[in-house]
Design a protein around this ligand. Sequence first.
Ligand code: AP5
Ligand code: ZN
Length: 216
Amino acid sequence: MRVILLGPPGAGKGTQAHRLVERHGIPQLSTGDMLRAAIHAGTEIGVKAKTLMDAGALVPDDVVNAIVAERIDQPDCADGFILDGFPRTLGQADATAAMLSERGLHLDCVIEFKVDDDVLVERISGRYTCANCGAGYHDPNLVPKVDGVCDRCGSTEFKRRPDDNPNTVRTRLQAYYKETSPLLGYYYAKGLLTAVDGMLDVDAVTAQIEGVLARL
Ligand code: AP5
Ligand code: ZN
């Protein structure tokens, strides 16, 4: 199964991708996570990407296309993958189509997350993760059971993404509407697009997505 999760920043793509990984046993390919790993590792790509990401701007197509092309050839992608945050421009969508057809593969569906802008800003502003295991939290919607202690690993260290601040969120939303929203028409025209109501709670969104996948 090859699925694209498409939606604005904070829509819940990463949250749902993690659940799909657990249920379907195929990997999540998040270009945001890959770029953050490159920044952490101090690679040339990471150094270039950091300034753009911190400002909320998109990283050039050729950079992300190359990262994804390399990743989908890994053995764990043989039975499929979930693309989270990629493609994000029409150029990336064309590159995705080329990458798949060169390998004799096809896309099963594109799931659009519909969420109001004010909710996106609220979700992103409250987001933080465990610095040790990466478990995701949100203040005040999803806090650890014991204050300041990660439910999953017991760590007391938490972190926030540098691009999760109100100014950068606005730039990221603008980038979404300008560069990424044209992909909705692109995939609709191919008969691949299905929308879910991303305003619902996390379990309800998962149920909608599972309903879409069950119909494939
Ligand atoms: P990336 O890392 O992809 O971030 P994003 O698209 O901005 O998406 P987010 O991770 O912010 O949101 P999400 O939809 O995953 O929401 P989440 O599940 O975390 O990209 C970052 C940057 O990298 C870009 O700005 C760009 O610079 C660069 N980049 C990445 N890919 C690129 C590409 N292809 N081309 C060019 N540049 C690229 O949820 C958010 C919060 O809400 C969490 O706290 C969560 O707990 C909560 N939540 C989730 N679902 C619900 C729900 N249903 N109800 C209540 N709360 C919820
Ligand atoms: Zn943890």
